[in-house]
Structure formats: C-alpha cells, structure tokens
Design a protein around this ligand. Structure first.
Ligand code: AMP
Ligand code: MG
Length: 377
C-alpha cells in the first residue's frame, strides 16, 4: 500500500527502499571555519587571503587558490580548490587575512557527498519498522510516499449481560465495561487503528451478527468475555459455527481460555473477560499476531532479565504465571517489585504495574533471584 510518509510512523516497509538521491547531496563542511588547501598549511602559523564567505544554502563562487581560504559555515558546500576545513577556533582574522594555527589532513571536517546514503543504495530493506529516524531519512531523500503494509483496522467488542456502558446507574449484579476501553487503547498505543464495535449482551444471535459484520469491516476483531466454560459463553459457540475456530485452554495464569479463529480471512481473537486476563491475553497473543500481520519482523516483545526485589511466590500447577510487577533501575540493576493484587479481576493493580514477570512452573522467585520480564511500556 502506498502511504504518505507523514502517515507512516509505526508502519513496516513492504518493499526495499532505494535511494534516488545521495545524502548528503554535496560535499559540505561539518564546522564553521575556513575552507583551505591542506598543502598550504605545512607550517604553523600560516597566513591565507580570505576570498569569500560561504553561508549554508549558498553556492561558492570562487575557487580556493594557493595561499587562499574561504570563510565557510556548517552545511555550506566545500568550494573547488579546497580539500579541508579548519575550524574557526584554530584561526584569527585581521581584515581579509586569516592566520591558521594548525595543520590539517586532506578531508578534514568535510562530509563527502553520499557519505550517509549513496544514490542507488538500498537504504531500508523490506520489513523495516518505521520510526521517527527512518521518516527523517525518507524526508532527507525527497521521498514523500512509501510502500508499507497497511495499518490494521482492529475491531473490539465486549460481551456480557452484566456490562454497562459509561456512567449509567448500576442495577444489582451489573458492572461497568472496562475491557473495551483498555483494548482500544492498547491497540492505539501499538500503532493499530482501533474500531469500536460496541457492547453486546450474552445473546447468540446478536453476537453472531456483530462478529460477522465486524469481520467484514475490520482486518481483525478482538472480543472479550464469553470464551470460558460458563453456560452463557456464546462467543466461542458462535465462532465454532460461523468461523474456523480453535478454542484453547492455555497453560498460563492469568488468561487461560482463548478462542482464536477466522471468519472468512479475518482473524478473530476471543479473549477472556476478566480484565487482567484480557490484557495479558492481548499482550501475549493479540499484539504479537496483529504485529505479524502488519509485517513486523519481531512481533513478540523482547524478554529481558532482572532481579526480584520482593518474593514472587506461586504454587506448582503445570502453568507459566505472568505476575504483575513494577520494574525500575536501581543503580545498574533492573529490579522487579511484586504488585499487591494479583487476581485476574484486579485491573487497578495491573494498571500500576509496568511489566509481567514470567514465572515458570514451580515455587516462584526469592529476593535476589533472576527473573524474566516482559516490559509492557
Ligand atoms: P467471562 O469471560 O465472560 O466469563 O467473564 C469473566 C469475568 O470478567 C466476569 O467476572 C465478567 O463480569 C468480567 N468481564 C467480562 N467482560 C468484561 C468487561 N468488558 N469489562 C469488565 N469486566 C468484564
Ligand atoms: Mg461473560
């Protein structure tokens, strides 16, 4: 897809990007100073005649001859005849004579044309995630449009009879919908285009209509709720019927149930309803899956190692646990503090954490143990 560079932040290149221009486009000076012939400066000090002043953005009009120099400003083209720059700090000027207190090698402080990027060179290969620096390079090369993988439009719906939108009064048994806001926000911060598909009751027909419509309108759909073992868990029933679905119980905690399937070509991620589970499930499966669809060569968050600053206890149960932790540097050490409130409904605790500690099956970590961490932001 041809994308304006101004819209391309966070997208991934779909083809190799070939430079049609060189960067820098011409040899220029890295310093304010004087353009000289290095062979003139065999002894110090040397006096040279100043023949002109060249500002950035202006073309030299004089050739620098023997015994001559041109005053030059950073970024200005190096004049013919000169082969080196003397920084202004090494000179003194009186009238049109400059006294140079140093010798220089040819090429001194000159940035040759094509030093950074040569015309014809592949500047970025296919599969490059575009960051601010990449977009700056494209602008430097005069490239205003680029072939990228499209930004995914990802629909999000919440399901559950107990859920209420906004600040409406809560009837007995009702709670407010939080997952949709969380998931839409995670999608935006990960560079996808979030699409709000609304709040659905536990009604098989309505869920089916919304999923089928969502699968037509979006590149992927994320649902929350209705994928566990309960009587009214209709998301997985509908996906079983209208999609090509795999329903899974994953040996992790939180976020054990997951329904993944496709309706037509559209992937559907059926995440569990518990707010922490739905976030963790998004982190582990949704985000990585969606990033691969958008062309990211490394869709999975890197895992880094830190040190447990508090015990991170758990019981053996055959599962990998993802404990919510607060991670910070103390000196040169990355340390992880347990967050109080590890229940899968405890969204406030999740919000106060900035990483998941990956605890393999066993008894968890003692203070000082090495622990693998997925930094969330
Ligand atoms: P479920 O996966 O549908 O069985 O839901 C598991 C738990 O998550 C229940 O306590 C639900 O009330 C809660 N839950 C489901 N969806 C949401 C949501 N969108 N926002 C907040 N809590 C939810
Ligand atoms: Mg439910």
């Amino acid at each position: 897809m041809l994308t304006e560079v101004s819209e391309a932040l966070g997208l991934v290149t779909a083809v190799d990007v070939i430079a049609e221009e060189s960067l820098p486009p011409f040899a220029n000076t890295a310093m304010d100073g004087f353009a000289v012939r290095s062979s003139d400066l065999s002894e110090t000090p040397t006096q040279l005649l100043i023949v002109e002043t060249i500002a950035a953005g202006h073309n030299p009009s004089k050739v620098v001859g023997e015994g001559e120099a041109s005053r030059i400003m950073t970024g200005a083209p190096v004049p013919d005849g000169a082969d080196a720059i003397v920084m202004v700090e090494k000179t003194t000027v009186e009238g049109d004579i400059v006294t140079v207190d140093t010798t220089v090698d040819p090429g001194n402080h000159i940035r040759p044309a094509g030093d950074d990027v040569a015309a014809g060179e592949t500047v970025f290969v296919e599969g490059t995630p575009l960051t601010a620096g990449h977009l700056g390079v494209l602008s430097s090369l005069g490239i205003s449009q680029i072939e990228t993988y499209p930004r995914l439009r990802v629909g999000v719906m919440s399901t559950g009879d107990e859920l209420v939108e906004g600040n409406a009064t809560l009837a007995p048994g009702q709670i407010r919908d939080s997952n949709r806001r969380t998931l839409l926000s995670l999608l935006s911060s990960d560079g996808f285009e979030p699409v709000d598909l609304g709040l659905l009751p536990d009604d098989e027909t309505l869920i089916e209509e919304a999923l089928v419509q969502g699968s037509r309108d979006c590149d992927a759909v994320i649902t929350s709720g209705g994928v566990s073992m309960g009587d009214y868990d209709y998301v997985k029933e509908v996906l079983k019927r209208v999609g090509d679905m795999q329903w899974m119980q994953i040996a992790i905690k939180p976020a054990k149930p997951l329904a993944f399937g496709t309706i037509g070509d559209t992937p559907i991620f059926g995440l569990p309803g518990n707010p922490v589970s739905s976030m963790v499930s998004y982190e582990l499966f949704g985000r990585s899956g969606l990033r691969s669809m958008m062309g990211f060569p490394q869709p999975v968050r890197p895992m880094i190692q830190g040190i447990a600053a508090t015990p991170l206890p758990r019981r053996p149960d055959g599962k990998i646990h993802f404990a919510r932790v607060d991670v910070k540097y103390e000196g040169s050490e990355l340390v992880a503090y347990s967050i109080s409130g590890q229940g899968s409904h405890m969204l406030a605790a999740m919000a106060r954490s900035n990483a998941l500690a990956v605890l393999p099956d066993g008894d968890g970590c003692q203070v000082g143990d090495a622990v693998n961490l997925l930094l969330l932001h």
